[in-house]
Ligand binder design. Structure first.
Ligand code: HEM
Length: 517
């Protein structure tokens, strides 16, 4: 979920600040247990001023290293719990998901803009349950397999774009992600990114949603009664903006849904299937908003895909090893397909390591608790915001030794077969979150990124750029070479040379480029 991830990483502080206002004060702690340890902070403000406005996951990581994998940050007297190891996060968010599956309250973004129909930000309850059921119905294994041809085709369009215009690879990645989501969700064929009817609008809508989750963006988040003040009252101009954005989204989601209905005869999709007799158990309007939420995901896919390219440029020996595997298994006389995955464990391990090494959602999306709880001798009051610090979880030295190095081998056993970690049975990492809020698009996203990676490795040499003296420029990959703030954490622009591998050009001749609509 891009918006949300994006937004939510960025919105983290907004979320926790909101909790200050909405937390129930009815907690009881009869045993007098302490909260998990944490930095002392100032009177009244607590640790508020110690949290930087950018890259705050790095500060949280320092505290996790200092105080342990469960620690408390004090924000104006209210606890926010940080979880910093796979074990602790799984203990609470997976094993006690009945308690830890709520979200903090976002009045502007979730209630006003998304009209309580953004599945990633709504509070727990019946609507959340029904919406997730609907998403699972639309993303069951058979549907996911029917999406592979779209992901394969779009990976090849991407390669053709690279062959013509390698310099602008970032915008081609962006188009790839929009094309995959709009193709699979609505049966919509994206033309060029700029000419497409929906592609720009979904990124724009995601960015507005992300911005509106940002801390302090709208006072109504702190003072919910403001939503009832008429818009002609001085200072209530934000209501007009909200109404326009909400209406733009409604129109966009409705248009996309209608297009899915029209496309159904030639290309079924997540939405077109859901429209048949309301078989996902939600109304047409709810389905349109579920689709709208999902249509905000290309940004996260884009972050992982470009992170993969950066890693390949930085570590050419990893790239070469994967190319040897692909050449041996797939050969040079056809493109890779999803069915090759079972025989390409090293390529799969690269995708896992990309997700682990620089998680695009370093703080995932905040959860909130709905009951008082005890854990490891600590007290966690009802209504507490609980943040799984994916950044720290992916750097747990016990589970991921030498965590700053890019090592796909950590996901392989001694025979080179896939190996996962104890808490993350299938993926090996926790990029997609936990428990009842676990990303329902995780498998689909994983497949789309895998196909992108396999096609790139098969078709391209991803080389370092050269400086004026012809010397290779080693790309910067330190944590600050990725973006911070309200978007999913992307690699900052980097230079590279993308060259077609021998024999690939001929294959690309047959790839049809979608025209503008
Ligand atoms: C690389 C791409 C993606 C990443 C990294 C990602 C990551 C995440 C994360 C971290 C969460 C929050 C988990 C938590 O609260 O514990 C989430 C939620 C969500 N994701 Fe994704 N996601 C991606 C792509 C997708 C796709 C492709 C879809 C749909 C097809 C999707 C749909 C959702 C939805 C609906 C939620 C909200 C779940 C809820 O709150 O119940 N995501 N995602």
């Amino acid at each position: 979920m891009s918006v949300s991830i994006a937004a939510l990483g960025g919105a983290l502080l907004g979320g926790v600040l909101l909790v200050l206002y909405f937390t129930s004060s009815s907690s009881s702690n009869p045993k007098g247990l302490p909260l998990p340890p944490g930095p002392k902070g100032l009177p009244i403000l607590g640790n508020l001023l110690e949290i930087p406005s950018d890259y705050y996951w790095l500060k949280f990581d320092e505290w996790i290293r200092q105080y342990g994998p469960i620690c408390t940050v004090n924000l104006m007297g209210k606890p926010v719990i940080l979880l910093g190891s796979p074990k602790v996060a799984a203990d609470l968010l997976d094993r006690r998901s009945a308690i830890y599956s709520d979200r903090p309250r976002w009045v502007f973004a979730s209630e006003i803009l998304a009209r309580n129909m953004h599945v990633g930000t709504i509070r727990v309850g019946d609507t959340h349950r029904r919406f997730r059921k609907a998403i699972h119905a639309g993303l069951q294994p058979k549907a996911l397999s029917s999406y592979h041809p779209i992901e394969e085709k779009e990976s090849r369009v991407f390669l053709k774009q690279i062959s013509r215009d390698p310099e602008n690879f970032r915008s081609h990645v962006k188009r790839y992600t929009a094309a995959v989501i709009l193709g699979t969700m609505y049966g919509h064929q994206v033309s060029t990114f700029d000419n497409d009817r929906f592609a720009k609008r979904i990124f724009n809508s995601a960015s507005i949603f992300a911005g509106s989750l940002a801390p302090g963006a709208f006072l109504v988040d702190m003072l919910p009664w403001l939503q009832y003040v008429p818009s002609w009252v001085p200072g209530a101009g934000w209501k007009k903006k909200a109404a326009k954005w909400a209406e733009d989204d409604r129109v966009l989601y409705t248009e996309m849904t209608e297009e899915a209905r029209e496309n159904a005869a030639k290309q079924t999709s997540f939405i077109s299937e859901g429209l048949v007799d309301n078989q996902y158990g939600v109304t047409d309007e709810e389905l349109a908003y579920i689709g709208g939420t999902i249509s905000q995901t290309p940004d996260t896919l884009m972050s992982v895909s470009s992170g993969f390219m950066l890693a390949m440029v930085r570590w050419p020996e990893v790239q070469r090893k994967a190319q040897e595997e692909i050449d041996r298994v797939v050969g040079r006389s056809r493109f890779p397909v999803f069915a090759d995955r079972a025989n390409l464990p090293y390529t799969t391990a690269i995708v896992k390591e990309t997700c682990r090494w620089r998680p695009v959602a370093p703080l995932s999306v905040p959860h909130a608790s709905t009951k008082d709880d005890e854990y490891m001798g600590y007290f966690i009051p009802k209504g507490t915001t609980v943040i799984s610090s994916i950044w720290s979880i992916h750097k747990d030295p016990e589970v991921y030794p030498d965590s700053d190095s890019f090592k796909p081998e950590r996901f392989l056993d001694k025979d080179g077969k896939e190996k996962n970690t104890e808490e993350s049975k299938v993926l090996g990492h926790h990029l997609y979150g936990f428990g009842r809020r676990l990303c329902p698009g995780a498998t689909m996203a994983d497949h789309a990124v895998w196909l992108f990676a396999a096609h790139n490795l098969w078709a391209l040499n991803m080389k370092r750029a050269l400086d004026a003296n012809g010397k290779e420029i080693i790309p910067n990959v330190d944590p600050l070479s990725f973006t911070s703030g309200g978007e999913a954490s992307h690699p900052l622009p980097f230079k590279c040379r993308l060259e077609l591998r021998p024999g690939v050009k001929e294959f690309l001749e047959d790839i049809e480029m979608p025209g503008s609509d």
